[in-house]
Design a binder for this molecule. Structure first.
Ligand SMILES: Cc1ncc(COP(=O)(O)O)c(C=O)c1O
Length: 366
């Protein structure tokens, strides 16, 4: 008899596991698969974490996080977007926020809409909870459009996930596009889960937020990408009071709190100049996009650090297998999508790796 709960059958990690099993055999690969920035935590921010540890700030914090960070998250949204946040809680990364948020809202049979391609966690967490994740095809431009959302809504639809800038496509939505999505959600009384983790990494157009466009938005953001601290596990969520309260109840019985020293440091990360990393990564985006655009069919990414080209020949799985044989590590699109025609490149890598990647991928596409 197995000790494993039936619900674990709902989660399928085989696609990505296969890629990493193959990758483990590669020696010094051209690694364009990484989902975290290649910049380190800023020195002043590190210093604050170290000082906090030395000063004995090593206990539990309040379940909802330190007041200073909750206030600063709201002040940051106000400075950046003109929209303060209400009912802010500190989470263990955006993953923590997603987990608590979905746990608190998804009943068996409830439908959750998200764009396809999607960040893998959405689909698997919804399925784990007995919900039904309904990905909405956004090919070929990868924009989640209000009309497509409207067409997918049934009487069971409860949540709409909006991720801009997006993983795995790097596509961003404009203020008008977000407003149209918020209007559909409002018309159909949906709860919006807004995953804005890549919000600081936008290269073209004005950064914008869906927070403040509609009352029933659970806004999530975090420090893994903007502040280069994915291992420190801090993020924040803000939204309707009753939902945030339930998420806190769940946090009390699960994560307890986000790491104490990291919360202190995160306050200062929100005060750093957001344009520094965006400028550095715009340049990386240009290296890889300009290097590949003539041989690959690619939507130019305007944010995050990914792009999602079509695989030559139209089979992303086969192309990635061939890439891996040639020492290039990229992720098949089938991991993020109901289609398997594309593949994901991450440009969160040193310039030299990007240049080697451009050359090797172009050779492979010939
Ligand atoms: C779209 C998206 N949301 C959430 C996360 C999780 O981030 P965190 O480290 O804050 O849990 C990631 C990480 O790759 C992501 O790409």
């Amino acid at each position: 008899m197995s000790f494993i709960a039936d619900r674990m059958d709902c989660i399928d990690a085989s696609g990505i596991r296969k890629v990493f099993a193959l990758a483990a055999k590669m020696k010094n690969p051209i690694n364009l698969s990484i989902g975290q920035p290649d910049y380190d935590v800023d020195e002043p921010v590190k210093e604050i974490a170290i000082q906090a540890i030395r000063a004995g700030f090593n206990t539990y914090t309040q379940t909802w996080g330190i007041q200073e960070l909750r206030d600063e998250a709201s002040a940051y949204y106000e400075r950046r977007f003109g929209t303060p946040l209400h009912n802010v809680m500190v989470t263990c990364g955006v993953s923590g926020g997603l987990f608590l948020g979905l746990m608190a809202t998804v009943n068996p049979g409830d439908e959750v809409l998200c764009g396809d391609p999607y960040f893998v966690m959405y689909k698997h967490l919804v399925t784990l909870l007995g919900g039904v994740c309904k990905p909405i095809d956004t090919y070929p431009d990868f924009k989640l459009k209000a009309e497509a959302v409207e067409a997918a809504i049934t009487e069971k639809t409860k949540i709409l996930v909006v991720n801009s800038p997006a993983n795995p496509t790097g596509v961003t939505l404009s203020k008008d596009e977000l407003e149209a999505l918020a209007a559909v959600a409002k018309r159909h009384n949906l709860l919006v889960f807004a995953d804005e983790i890549y919000e600081q990494l936008q290269y073209d157009g004005d950064p914008c937020t869906i927070a403040g466009m509609y009352d029933n938005v659970l806004l999530m953001n975090g420090f893994s990408k903007m502040a280069g601290m994915p291992g420190w596990r801090v993020g924040f969520a803000a939204g309707p009071e009753d939902l945030i309260q339930e998420m806190n109840t769940l946090q009390q019985y699960s994560f307890v709190c986000a790491p104490s020293f990291a919360q202190k440091a995160a306050v200062h990360a929100l005060r750093m100049d957001p344009s520094v990393h965006a400028n550095a990564y715009r340049r990386k985006r240009d290296i890889i996009y300009n290097g590949l655009k003539d041989r690959f069919n690619i939507v130019k990414p305007t944010g995050a650090f990914y792009m999602f080209p079509e695989a030559p020949g139209g089979d992303g799985d086969a192309f990635v297998a061939k890439a891996i044989e040639n020492n290039i590590l990229v992720i098949p699109g089938s991991v993020f999508s109901e289609r398997k025609t594309h593949f994901r490149i991450s440009f969160a890598a040193p310039d030299e790796t990007l240049e080697r990647g451009v050359e090797a991928l172009n050779r492979l596409a010939q």
